[in-house]
Design a protein around this ligand. Structure first.
Ligand code: SAM
Ligand code: SF4
Length: 335
């Protein structure tokens, strides 16, 4: 494990019963969003969390900093759309010295915010883009904002954020003919592209196994235009990577459904309302907000977190016949 300057090596207390040490925390800043991606939420949006239920910024920073004393050293701010949180720049400034910090965003307001986020200490960003075609973007997200995403990608690279990674979900018969174009676009822009298999996490429960575009299909489509060579040493990263035409550029595929990587998972999640989740697909959560507001000590909160990690399931179970989609959808968990 590499340590940043000034970091004190300490024992990771977030080791589960399957020997997995947890280092990566995904923190949802809000469940709200400025887009309505069809594979994520319905056109009318969702019943948003009531404001009093959301962690306040001091509460959020307190809990994240506490997890860093237990073993977390990477934090990704997500949502919903994390850049909708009005004080996102202050949150970045408050956490950037403690952890390796990144943001996953739909990119709509990055054009405006990228320099401020960089100045606050952000170094890396993931931007979601599923199509390069304006009409299609409008259909897929129910908003005519593709130009804002392009501007956001340009602003992120101009601000010197590195790496800039693009996330793409392909849907059969919708945008699965764009795999090659999207990779060409990423290579030209000097950014890294990762395809994510569509997962059963949409609020409408519209996911169908037969409809999802698999990692094999994505790789086959890319192989028609590029020579792909596997990159060794995936570690706990969700993406498998391939060199494109000999490298050094690479493309990633996150095959959560058909190539699960649960055995190496090192991720935990904190929802915007202060619930700790040990898996995207977990059906149980550990309330941290209630005890925090009731005056629990850091030791008591740490015990709750450690106990939750001990109870983490070995895998997501998507491929079990008994699989049940979790009650919270992706945007409410923090993807
Ligand atoms: N709104 C931000 C964004 O879109 O980047 C952050 C939150 S979003 C939930 C994070 C990532 O999850 C995005 O790349 C999005 O495409 C992906 N995502 C959402 N629903 C998904 C699903 N059902 N299966 C796979 N990926 C999904
Ligand atoms: Fe919003 Fe991200 Fe969900 Fe799209 S994927 S609706 S941008 S949270």
């Amino acid at each position: 494990m590499s340590l940043r300057p000034g970091t004190v090596a300490r024992v990771n207390r977030l080791v589960d019963r399957h020997g997995r040490a947890h280092r990566d925390l995904r923190v949802s800043l809000t469940d709200r969003c400025s887009l309505r991606c069809t594979y994520c939420m319905p056109a009318e949006g969702l019943p948003w969390l009531p404001a009093p239920d959301l962690l306040t910024t001091p509460e959020l920073i307190h809990l994240v900093r506490l997890t860093t004393t237990l073993g977390i050293d990477e934090v990704r701010l997500t949502g919903g759309e994390p850049l909708l949180r009005p004080d996102v720049v202050s949150i970045v400034a408050a956490l950037a010295d403690a952890v390796e910090l990144s943001v996953t965003t739909n990119g709509l307001v990055l054009d405006r915010l990228a320099p401020a986020l960089r100045d606050a200490g952000l170094t890396r960003v993931n931007i979601s883009i599923d199509t390069l075609r304006r009409d299609r973007f409008k259909e897929m997200t129910r908003r005519d904002r593709l130009d804002d995403v392009f501007a956001g990608i340009t602003a992120a690279t101009r601000a010197g954020l590195h790496p800039v990674k693009l996330n793409t979900v392909l849907m059969r018969g919708v945008n699965d003919d764009e795999a090659v174009d999207l990779l060409r676009f990423a290579l030209d822009a000097g950014v890294h592209l990762r395809f994510i298999e569509q997962m059963p996490l949409d609020a409408q429960h519209g996911w169908r196994r037969t409809e999802m575009v698999t990692a094999d299909e994505i790789l086959s489509a890319l192989s028609d235009a590029f020579t792909l060579t596997p990159v060794a040493g995936r570690g706990s990263a969700p993406a498998e990577r391939w060199y494109v035409d000999g490298g050094p550029e690479t493309v990633g595929v996150i095959g959560s459904v058909t190539r699960p990587f649960c055995g190496n998972c090192d991720r935990l999640r904190l929802t915007a309302d202060g619930q700790l989740r040990t898996c995207l697909f977990a059906r149980t959560e550990t309330d941290l907000r209630g005890p925090l507001r009731a005056g629990a000590s850091d030791r008591e909160l740490a015990d709750l977190i450690v106990t939750a990690v001990l109870g983490k399931q070995p895998g997501h179970g998507i491929n079990d016949p008994t699989f049940l989609q979790p009650p919270r959808s992706m945007s409410a968990i923090g993807g």
